[in-house]
Design a protein around this ligand. Sequence first.
Ligand SMILES: *[C@@H]1O[C@H](CO)[C@@H](O)[C@H](O)[C@H]1NC(C)=O
Ligand SMILES: *[C@@H]1O[C@H](CO)[C@@H](O)[C@H](O)[C@H]1NC(C)=O
Length: 244
Amino acid sequence: MRARIVLFGITLAFLFIYGAHSVTITVTNNCPYTIWPGVLTSPPQPQLSNTGFELASTASTSLDVPTPWIGRFWARTGCSTDGSGRFTCATADCGSGQVSCNGNGAVPPASLVEINSVANGGQDFYDISLVDGFNLPVSLAPQGGTGDCTAPSCAANVNAACPEELQVKGSDGGVISCKSACIAFGEDQYCCTGNYNTPETCPPTNYSMFFKSQCPQAYSYPFDDPTSLFSCFGGPNYSITFCP
Ligand SMILES: *[C@@H]1O[C@H](CO)[C@@H](O)[C@H](O)[C@H]1NC(C)=O
Ligand SMILES: *[C@@H]1O[C@H](CO)[C@@H](O)[C@H](O)[C@H]1NC(C)=O
């Protein structure tokens, strides 16, 4: 008992000295329809208690995220529960059969928000990525940090401009998402794999340039860092808006 009290005291002192850091990530749905955001935490950190949730049009949800944290957010669209109780989505499904994604990522195509939030007010990195394609517009804004802290936005309706060979169509025949060339063709030159695995050997392609023209602040291919990766100091909170 005594040892436990001492241990508790030490833990409190540790938290007091080093800080129990967390950041608030707020997700807002500005789309005129319901979406189901998903959250995937990268190892070694455990998944958050909330790995997926429903978000009605104009609603917001805030998550308290312990730092350091590396992970991604996306949003599923066109979701429903079938007769056997299985939850599935027309875009960016996570294959869990539930609203919670439970450690599963999005099945591409999916517009991704990636956040690397460090502890103790160091340098965060964050981006919007269309490397796995696009399903809906999204923006990301750090709040309360210092430094560059650019708020990237991918507001274009990429689906409306998607080249035929990259289109994913819904049951009504409309384009519901747009594959990246890597997802559509799986070739090294588009995925920057194999002999194309360096920035020098994997330049932009006509397909990545299509995504870049639509969303200049988002990753259009894996080595798009110079115009797509942003940073901010001081442990900012983040605001993610779908259909900004
Ligand atoms: C983040 O939001 C929390 C409230 O949710 C606030 O206490 C904190 O000061 C904010 N952090 C920054 C860096 O603005
Ligand atoms: C990209 O180039 C390929 C051949 O190099 C061509 O078949 C395709 O139509 C082009 N796509 C776009 C969107 O320009």
